[in-house]
Each structure stands twice: as structure tokens, then as C-alpha cells.
Design a protein around this ligand. Sequence first.
Ligand code: AMP
Ligand code: ZN
Length: 136
Amino acid sequence: MENCIFCKIVKGEMPAFKVVEGPHSIAFLDIFPVSKGHVLVIPKRHVKQLLELSEEELLEIGKIAQKIGKAVLAGLNCDGFSLVQRNGVAAGQIVPHVHFHVVPRFKGDSLSVWPSGPKAEQGELESVLLALKKFV
Ligand code: AMP
Ligand code: ZN
């Protein structure tokens, strides 16, 4: 993809603070970090969303995200980390090249991914379960 900033980072046409690289993916620092040590893990191949990733890419990205999680806990002394991945504009995805955010979390940082909702009715949980089970 010609105008994709993440493809440009993969090709070395744009600078990035690369943390680690595998055959199919790279991890680099987010330059607008939500918290200190915010890292993005992306496939080298340009695909927009999670569903387009191959099993091989998914596996490698998962392993790298885990490695980054370990590194932020040990190297930045954070208290935890969030793994966030958005698909589509409705989910808040801005860069249309699939990416996983590893966001270091600190006690009391008051970063909230979303507010918790009200407790669901039994009937609603049952119908949602039925709708999902047809497709898994
Ligand atoms: P999203 O909102 O999930 O699409 O996230 C896109 C992320 O990419 C944001 O957290 C941005 O701060 C980050 N970002 C955009 N451009 C760059 C760049 N050139 N280098 C590193 N991170 C970037
Ligand atoms: Zn791309």
C-alpha cells in the first residue's frame, strides 16, 4: 500500500523506534504514546483488519506481544499492561493497517478503555450466545 504509514515503516522509508522484529512482523514505539512505553505490533504484510491475518502471522504477533508485555513489566516498572486491537472506524481504528497496541499501565493511571455496562438480562445473554455459536 503506497500511502500507508505502517508499510513505509516496514520498508524503512519512514523512521521508527523498532523494538523487535520477526520474519512476519515488527514492533515499534508509538510516537503519540498513551503511556510511557506504548508499543505497536504489526504484520509486515499490509492487511487492514484482524480477520485477514494468517495463522502464522497471528501466532508470531501474539508471541511478540507477549514478549513486549514481559519487557514493559521488567524494563519500565509498570504495574500491568493492556493489549488493545481495533477493527474498523466504529472501533476507533485510524491507521488501516492492522496493529496491536501494548499499553503499559500504572496504578491509578485512570486510563479506561471503556466504561463497564449494566448487568445483562439472562435472555439477552442466551440469544447472543445462540447468534455467535452459529459462526464459531
Ligand atoms: P489506531 O487508533 O488504533 O488506528 O492507532 C493508530 C496508532 O498509530 C496511534 O496510537 C498513533 O499514535 C500511532 N501512530 C501514527 N503514526 C505513527 C508513526 N509514524 N509512528 C508510530 N506510531 C504512529
Ligand atoms: Zn500498510
